[in-house]
Design a protein. Structure first.
Lengths: 185, 213
């Protein structure tokens, strides 16, 4: 009887202590790494204003445009990206502006980029795919490679346009389309 | 008489276009690719007038010259040639491309975007690029050479058939200038610094090359 009681007491003590130990022992699973990945979107955005540039006619003189065109280009690119260059010009060298029958060639149009020297629109990019025709590009490019130590940035170009108006200039409303092209290589 | 050079669109509406991504490179020479055009204007609809593909060469100074894609060298299929995108809307275009000759190939898809008609009936066309390089990261270190022309300029030469777009770091006494440049097969590129170069470090996809004058 005494031995049974002793046995029960010991067993109870063992179970009590073991239970306490088991309750305190944490169960821990091995850490499982979860890879998180966020791919930032690469973008190029271009906004050019104003929408219209007017010229006050003065045959035989060089007439400036009513306002420079401001083009804001904004980009967010990987650091490995290489070059971002803007070009401008016309589709046809023979017809920068026209009134339906009479043409003003691109050679009569000049631009100044960001207050720099005036450049006639007579260049060739050898790039028919951009829409700027041979002999109708305004300079080699607008402001060179925009990517230098800055792969997430914004840049503004001011483009002042002037026209050497022919004399005489047949009457009529002359209109045209000025192309602004950005290339990323 | 009046001379009117008409641009974007109605005077009260500002045209804004976004392309994503403007440039992408693949190690493979056969790919299925896509890009998105987003009209970020709140009021003006956007018309994608045309998609045209051009390949290009680059001179020593980094100036590109574009030309028609040779169908014997590059197989190219565009999902569509035009689209109309509502204000704040977007459109995804798909490309299937493959280099038909051994080695890398590259081209640009020029996306011509018309902003609508002005009061004078003239539409503005803005052209944004989506450039692809296939067979990228293929330049071997043994094919790369760096040669200093003087203390402010150097040539980077690729004597092999590989293609990469290395990241060039020029260290001078006044600081560091970083620039990226595509390096096509058998091409030489010149780089110029405003100040005497102390060291150049060029990071290719799989290795780094450096040199001092």
């Amino acid at each position: 009887m005494k031995s049974s009681l002793k046995f029960l007491a010991v067993l109870s003590a063992v179970l009590f202590l073991a239970g306490a130990s088991f309750a305190q022992a944490p169960l821990t699973t091995a850490a499982t790494p979860i890879t998180l990945s966020l791919v930032g979107q690469e973008t190029l955005t271009v906004v050019c204003t104003p929408g219209t540039v007017n010229f006050n006619s003065a045959p035989g003189t060089t007439v400036p445009g009513s306002a420079p065109v401001s083009c804001v280009s904004t980009w967010n690119l990987n650091p490995t990206r290489t070059s971002l260059t803007g070009f401008s010009g016309f589709a046809l060298a023979t017809s920068a502006l026209a009134n339906g029958t009479n043409l003003i060639p691109s050679s009569a149009v000049s631009v100044s980029y960001n207050g720099g020297a005036t450049t006639p629109c007579t260049g060739s990019l050898t790039a028919t795919g951009t829409g700027i025709g041979a002999g109708a590009a305004c300079g080699a490019n607008i402001s060179g490679n925009l990517l230098s130590n800055n792969f997430s940035s914004t840049h503004t170009d001011q483009i002042a346009i002037s026209i050497a108006e022919p004399n005489p200039l047949p009457a009529g409303t002359y209109t045209g389309s000025y192309l602004i092209v950005y290339q990323a290589l | 008489m009046r001379l009117i050079l008409a641009f974007a669109l109605l005077a009260s509406t500002v045209a804004a276009q976004q392309i994503s991504p403007p440039l992408v490179s693949y190690a493979q020479t056969k790919v299925s690719d896509s890009f998105e055009i987003k009209n970020v204007s709140e009021t003006a609809p956007l018309t994608v007038v045309s998609l045209t593909a051009k390949t290009f060469t680059i001179d020593d100074a980094g100036n590109p010259a574009f030309m028609d894609v040779d169908p014997a060298k590059i197989s190219l299929k565009l999902s569509e040639q035009s689209a109309r995108i509502s204000p704040l809307g977007s459109h995804e275009f798909f490309i299937e491309a493959k280099c038909l000759q051994p080695g890398p190939c590259w081209f640009t898809v020029n996306v011509a975007l018309a902003m609508g008609r002005t009061a004078d009936g003239v539409a503005v066309t803005v052209v944004l690029p989506h450039t692809l390089y296939l067979g990228h990261d293929s330049i071997k270190k043994k094919d790369v050479g760096i040669k200093f022309l003087d203390d402010k300029s150097f040539e980077l030469v690729n004597t092999g058939t590989g293609l990469d777009r290395p990241y060039v770091e020029m260290v001078t006494a006044t600081g560091k200038r970083s620039i990226g440049a595509p390096l096509l097969p058998f091409q030489t590129r010149q780089f110029t610094s405003d100040a005497p170069i102390q060291k150049v470090k060029i990071h290719f996809a799989k290795f780094t090359a450096d040199a001092k004058p």
